[in-house]
Write a protein that binds this ligand. Structure first.
Ligand SMILES: Cc1ncc(C[n+]2csc(CCOP(=O)(O)OP(=O)(O)O)c2C)c(N)n1
Length: 795
């Protein structure tokens, strides 16, 4: 429960304990960067005690250690449940030093004990081949945020705080990190944080003045401008300033006390039913020197408090005796003999402020979210099926149908509060509108009578920042909850890089036995390339799929359901899955319903298969097809079926096989992806020697990339988006990219041996039809009636 706590006075003895802890953490950090032997400096440092390659970041580390020490005290003093997110994740030595000191590291990795052998191992493994990375990577207990790519700390921290009412997430924001676009927009996250039902985030702006080689902008603002900026973002900033000569333990402790008191009072008011609209959340601005307590000067040049402290302040320790000596003096300045016993264990008194068990920052269960993960209570997706009496007889808007299922996922999990839908202002545009029947869109700011569907405790989260949406959801998932991100297809590229980092995180986390699986990141891409009715070229880019394909097969899934029932089946599968990034591409526009629910389930289970009802190669003699028409994606499927219709009517002897691919990964070889087909299966489906005309939702080369090793690859002819587009009709769009039914018929005629001469007239008709379709759009502003009204006629 959130009791409002008064500031707890900090005694002189407390500050000495904090200082001893801080010195120990700093010592351990320097040791990790430099030493491969002699961890306790039992003998004078020799070149052979030094790592051959010095890799790590010192500059941010002492500040992070200072923050960690003080968070520990605050956790104890306020009986608080806290987590830490470290924006400057290159400060890995700090996180590792602290989790070792508090014992979380040994709990996670029993081979690294809190003794001299363990300290030796801690030092040696850091940034060392076969050891641990230099960042706050998944290997570090207590972390949900690697921080290698800067910019996502605040959005991750808020994701962790949503629906965790007792949790305070301390979030260190680097002053360089604060210059990034994603970080800059994520200051607004607290405007979506409901003090009644969510936890809190305490941003700590680490104003150490410098980036790698430049000053940080925020550090050079006049104080009143910085203050005005942060207040404008809705915070109540408090300032803690330290220097080479002054360590502000008292100020930091008091400031944290006030901040936690303030957080709890906002929460208590809100939880007593008094809305806290516009509440100013506390934040801390910590202005301390970069490389604090490190070498003041090296080779006559200033280092502490400058950009030179960013990485390794003494670079030539192995070869330059003066540097070696300076390192030894630096390490001894922390007086390790006062901090560690002869066996290397930290003196118990310096750990007096370290909390126990899961209150330790390195042991927070929230930071290993899989241990807290509860399955979603999912409705039976079959209940939302559209009725399909004959393939293509009726149409529906797939995402609208999905919205009804997501609505009930929200409803059923309202009590366990572990499912959210995020999107950049597009939930309704993407036709998931039904979700708003059971919840609102989160909004903590003022409202006007004209506003619709806003609610302080809404479970649909919309902010026009794809970065923030993605960051919130990642934070939410990594702390053991579930979610759904829907986005315009073209603009998901904005988070290409964030996706990269999340996929990397999952890849590594899956290999760590102590990290429990988390819910998959589900990304629905809709309002897609082929149907940009009132937008156009800027909104046409299906390349995210190409991008995700670069990541490890074991964490990537891409689905292209061709209609509403297949979308439901895919969505159900994704919501149950763990440790993946699921990318689903599905349209929101009216689209023929091809498969009844039973067929949809079978088809999705196969991932790719022959559509018997559309094919005629199985008729009669069981001979092989003359041509295979492959399709992946809703619009390509429609065009392939329309082309098949023409072929079967006009060339009834031609044996046509229609193969639809829902799960794109099925095309890969089995050795490349767990879903990949064996060559035998692939050949059975696509044949080894017949022409395959493949209509694909995205850029055509991806299909070649996936199939280049297959026997029949030379016969693959892929149509897809080739960067032709504008604001025009749906059929004109497919024509502009030569993926229309008429062009597909021409492709068949051109590629089936012996057909060209026999079908010359049909080919000419197709050219003429393309011309007619084009001029019809120019004259009437819409597609040809026979195109618009085409339906599959059962045979
Ligand atoms: C998005 C991104 N761009 C560039 C970098 C390269 N980089 C690593 S550290 C750093 C400076 C970071 O400065 P700050 O956030 O203030 O951290 P600190 O000074 O505390 O080390 C930069 C530019 C990066 N890691 N991520």
């Amino acid at each position: 429960m959130t009791a409002v706590t008064a500031a707890v006075p900090v005694s002189e003895a407390d500050t000495q304990t904090l200082d001893r802890y801080w010195r120990a953490a700093n010592y351990l950090a320097v040791g990790q960067i430099y030493l491969t032997a002699n961890p306790l400096l039992a003998e004078p440092l020799q070149p052979e005690h030094i790592k051959p390659r010095l890799l790590g970041h010192w500059g941010t580390t002492p500040g992070l250690n200072f923050i960690w020490a003080h968070l520990d005290r605050a956790i104890m003093a306020h009986d608080a449940e806290m987590m830490i997110v470290i924006g400057p994740g290159h400060g890995g030595p700090a996180a590792l030093a602290n989790v070792w000191l508090e014992g979380s590291y040994t709990d996670t990795y029993p081979s690294v004990q809190r003794d001299s052998a363990g300290m030796h191992q801690l030092f040696r493994q850091f940034s060392f081949p076969g050891g641990v990375p230099s960042h706050v990577a998944p290997e570090v207990p207590g972390s949900i945020h690697e921080g290698g790519e800067l910019g996502y700390s605040l959005s991750h921290a808020h994701g962790a705080a949503f629906d965790n009412p007792d949790l305070i997430v301390a979030c260190v924001v680097g002053d360089g990190e604060a210059e990034t676009g994603p970080l800059a927009t994520s200051w607004h996250s607290h405007r979506f944080l409901n003090p009644a039902g969510d936890g809190a985030v305490l941003p700590i702006l680490h104003l150490n003045g410098w980036k790698i080689a430049n000053p940080a902008v925020l550090a050079r603002l006049p104080e009143d401008e910085l203050d005005a900026l942060l207040r404008g973002y809705g915070y109540e900033p408090a300032y803690v300033t330290g220097s080479h000569d002054y360590v502000p333990h008292l100020e930091m402790a008091a400031t944290l006390d006030t901040a936690i008191g303030r957080i709890r009072s906002i929460q208590a008011e809100a939880r007593a039913g008094r809305p806290q609209t516009g509440a100013r959340w506390p934040m801390i601005v910590m202005r301390t020197p970069k490389g604090w307590t490190g070498p003041v000067e090296v080779d006559g040049l200033p280092v502490e408090g400058t950009w030179r402290a960013h990485q390794v302040p003494l670079a030539e320790v192995r070869t330059n005796p003066a540097h070696l000596l300076q390192l030894e003096e630096w390490m001894r300045s922390y007086r390790p003999e006062e901090l560690f016993a002869a066996d290397g264990s930290p003196h118990p008194d310096l750990l007096a402020h370290v909390p126990a068990g899961t209150r330790r920052l390195g042991s927070s269960p929230h930071a290993n979210g899989g241990v807290l993960l509860r399955d979603l209570d999912l409705p039976d997706f079959r209940d939302y099926a559209v009725l399909v009496q004959a393939p293509g007889a009726r149409e529906s808007e797939p995402t609208k149908v999905l919205g009804t299922m997501l609505r009930d996922v929200l409803r059923r999990n309202d009590e366990q509060r572990n499912f959210r839908v995020v999107g950049p202002d597009e939930t309704e545009s993407n036709r998931l509108t039904a979700v708003l029947e059971v919840t609102g869109k989160t909004w903590e700011e003022q409202t006007l009578p004209v506003d619709r569907n806003l609610a302080p405790d809404g479970r649909v989260m919309e902010i026009l920042s794809e970065h923030t949406c993605q960051g919130w959801l990642e934070g939410y998932l990594l702390t053991g909850r579930h979610g759904w991100f829907s986005c315009y297809e073209a603009f998901i590229h904005i988070v290409d890089s964030m996706f990269n980092q999340h996929a990397k995180w999952l890849k590594v986390a899956r290999q760590l036995p102590w990290r429990q699986p988390v819910a998959s990141l589900n990304i629905l891409l809709t309002s897609h390339v082929w149907r940009q009715d009132h937008n156009g070229f800027s909104h046409q880019d299906p390349g995210f799929i190409d991008h995700v394909m670069n990541k490890k097969a074991e964490v990537i899934r891409v689905y292209l359901p061709p209609d509403a029932n297949t979308l439901l089946s895919v969505a159900d599968h994704c919501l149950r899955s763990r440790d993946y990034v699921n990318v689903i591409v599905a349209g929101k526009q009216p689209n023929p319903d091809w498969l009844d629910m039973d067929s949809a389930i079978l088809h999705c289970t196969r991932g790719a298969g022959i559509w018997e009802w559309a094919s005629n190669d199985g008729d009669g003699d069981g001979a092989e097809p003359d041509v295979v028409l492959g399709c992946a994606g809703d619009v390509p499927t429609l065009e392939v079926l329309a082309a098949t219709d023409i072929l079967r009517r006009e060339l009834p002897d031609l044996r046509v096989r229609v193969v639809n691919v829902v799960d794109l990964m099925r095309l890969q070889p089995a050795i490349e992806h767990p879903h990949g087909m064996s060559d035998a299966e692939f050949n059975a489906l696509f044949t080894a020697d017949r022409p395959v005309i493949f209509a694909y939702h995205g850029y055509p080369w991806l299909i070649h990339r996936l199939t280049y090793r297959r026997d029949g690859h030379n016969n693959f002819h892929v149509r897809g988006y080739k960067e032709e587009g504008t604001t025009t009709t749906p059929f004109d769009m497919v024509m502009m990219n030569d993926m229309d039914r008429f062009h597909l018929v021409m492709d068949v005629i051109d590629r089936v041996p012996g057909l060209a001469a026999r079908a010359a007239r049909l080919r000419q008709q197709m050219t003429d039809l393309r011309s007619r379709a084009r001029s019809w759009t120019r004259e009437h502003g819409e597609d040809l009636p026979e195109v618009r009204n085409w339906t599959w006629s059962a045979r």
